[in-house]
Design a protein around this ligand. Structure first.
Ligand SMILES: *Cc1c(COP(=O)(O)O)cnc(C)c1O
Length: 398
């Protein structure tokens, strides 16, 4: 391991992201080695026995752990400030495992209503099949959280900022209510990134990521991660992951590990571009409303300031004229691509009503603010003046 623990403690996030978790193979490689192997060999049969008994350190099988995956986990763990991290094949694998590793029939989960489409599906379609009740609340309404938590709950699940409206949830306040009800708090922190929001410091128990988004950030690989206490990871998550198998591939871990090195540079630049673009869009006549947590006029600007270091890399806005006007804007953009991915170095735009939130009922969509004119924009690393010009031309002449 590069850096003894007491040394790493003094490192700022940027240093942790370049050097944290580095485990050189003995060949003296500069960049982290890619251990593209599924299995491991033992010197003796007794060594194998000791390793399986947990009496000897070392890897057993890449579904359980792998040196490249372990470097990724350690680097992300150091950034998050968590006791432990387990990497997963995708962000959805992280979400599902964080719930299924601890829930059982008869349990209740209370979650915010505005969620990534697949998270909504897990809560409302999959968990009930196993006798687990999911109660959805409007995330910004603390009274609804309190009411829903009153009968007790095993877990609270939330996404803040939420997809696609960027509505926020007060992590500290909901965590307090959740803990009083005996619930573990899981925060999907993808939109905020590990740099702009620290759910564990605000009272959450478990943080999940889709590493596919900002951590890779260049549209190459799927991946995810779960961060929590050593007790949760060792006692509940590890057995679930080992025996059900949604582990991260070493190759994808290597890509993510290298992605972490440049994460602050990319995400800070993308957030600066997002703020400038949000201001630009706000001044455009065809744009009815802009949602961006970094804008002073954002509906929850006070909460954004309290729990986020910056507004993030995503903007959503309402195009005047509904679906036809929104489609017109998307189709006319010359630089920005139409894609439902996010957190990429390329700016990407999507129309949630007909894509990411298509499977949710119309009533539920309206309730969380997904309207026909709403578009969601993931701001990339292009020159911001080029992006402004692209939106100016796309939102004119119709
Ligand atoms: C993308 C995303 C996920 C799922 O991640 P995958 O890597 O695509 O499985 C979960 N939550 C949020 C908020 C996301 O943006």
């Amino acid at each position: 391991m590069s850096g003894r623990d007491d040394e790493v403690d003094g490192w700022a996030p940027e240093t942790r992201l370049v050097r944290g978790g580095l485990n050189r193979s003995g060949e003296g490689e500069t960049s982290e080695a890619l251990f593209l192997n599924s299995g491991f060999v033992y010197e003796t049969a007794a060594d194998a026995e000791a390793r399986f008994k947990g009496e000897q350190d070392g890897f057993i099988y890449s579904r359980y752990g792998n040196p490249t995956v372990a470097m990724f986990e350690e680097r992300l763990r150091l950034l998050e400030g968590a006791e432990a991290c387990f990497a997963t094949a995708t962000g959805m694998a992280a979400v599902f495992a964080s719930l299924m590793a601890q829930l059982k029939a008869g349990d209740r989960v209370v979650a915010s209503r505005a969620l990534f489409g697949s998270c909504h599906h897990i809560l409302t379609q999959i968990l009930p099949r196993f006798g687990i009740e999911a109660v959805l609340v409007d995330g910004d309404d603390l009274e609804q959280w309190a009411d829903a938590l009153r009968p007790g709950a095993a877990c609270v699940f939330m996404e803040t900022p939420a997809n696609p409206t960027l509505a926020l949830i007060d992590i500290a306040a909901v965590s307090e209510l959740a803990h009083a009800a005996g619930a573990q708090v899981i925060v999907d922190n993808v939109f905020a990134t590990p740099l702009f929001q620290k759910p564990l410091e605000l009272g959450a128990d478990i943080v999940v990521y889709s590493a596919t988004k900002h951590i890779d950030g260049q549209g190459r690989c799927l991946g995810g991660a779960i961060l929590s206490t050593r007790a949760f990871v060792d006692d509940l998550l590890m057995p679930f992951m080992r025996h059900t198998g949604p582990s991260l591939s070493p190759f994808n871990a290597w890509v993510m590990l290298k992605g972490l090195e440049t994460l602050p540079l990319r995400v800070e630049k993308m957030a600066a571009n997002a703020l400038a673009l949000a201001e630009h869009l706000q001044a455009m006549p065809r744009v009815a409303e802009v949602h961006y947590p970094g804008l002073p006029c954002f509906a929850q600007a006070t909460l954004a300031k309290r729990q986020m270091k910056a507004g993030g890399t995503l903007i959503s806005f309402e195009v005047d004229g509904g679906k036809a006007a929104a489609f017109h804007c998307l189709d006319r953009l010359k630089i920005v691509d139409i894609s439902n991915n996010l957190g990429d170095s390329k700016s990407l735009i999507t129309h949630p009503e007909t894509t990411t939130h298509r499977a949710i009922s119309e009533a539920e969509r309206r309730r969380i603010g997904v309207t026909p004119g709403l578009v969601r924009l993931s701001v990339g690393l292009e020159n911001v003046d080029d992006l402004k010009r692209d939106f100016s031309q796309a939102l004119s002449n119709y």
